[in-house]
Design a binder for this molecule. Sequence first.
Ligand code: FMN
Length: 196
Amino acid sequence: METPLHVAVLLGSTREGRFGPAVATWIRGHLDGRQDMTTDVIDLVETPLPTVFPVLGQPPASEEAVALLSAVSPRLAAADAFVIVTPEYNHSFPAPLKNAIDWHNREWNAKPVGFVAYGGFSAGLRAVEQLRLVFAELHAVTMRDAVGLQAPWAQIRPDGTTENPGGDAAAKAMLDQLAWWGRALRTARAARPYGA
Ligand SMILES: Cc1cc2nc3c(=O)[nH]c(=O)nc-3n(C[C@H](O)[C@H](O)[C@H](O)COP(=O)(O)O)c2cc1C
């Protein structure tokens, strides 16, 4: 059997009292139910990243920054594919998520990215559309079908369980696309290193 795709789930919300962990646990349940994927959930509260960048092209100056990055960067590098869990903040995505994206470059190259977004009326989809622009710059491929959860706090319990399976079909569609692109791009990267 083919080696399962290794999927890093990046939880982009760090707000006190955040709902994000419930959404991340919900999508993790979908990933755990698949034979073709393994999962690593990266929570930016557990592994925060520095917010002061070094001189362009130079490594971080402080040992603390290096230590913080070492808890995240190898995990992104090891991933064949990504799922970004993001709320919508002011019609966009949260700053800590952008910070985590910007600390990395090659880790994203030639890999697929799926989205699980949530928020109020827009179900977080404005955050997704902005993230597509960012990931295009990083030579990543974003999945056409995103999961958008409208007011998920009314659908998903803190432990990630739900009695309203409205998002389940969308999760399957997004993960099926991620699986196709993940396998295709893993094979392509192995055959010819991506020269971004
Ligand atoms: C600073 C801030 C801005 C927000 N802006 C939006 C918005 O533009 N559109 C929306 O649908 N919800 C918005 N919300 C509501 C959030 O999507 C909702 O509170 C969600 O639970 C936030 O994710 P979190 O709990 O994981 O932090 C905003 C929330 C915050 C804290």
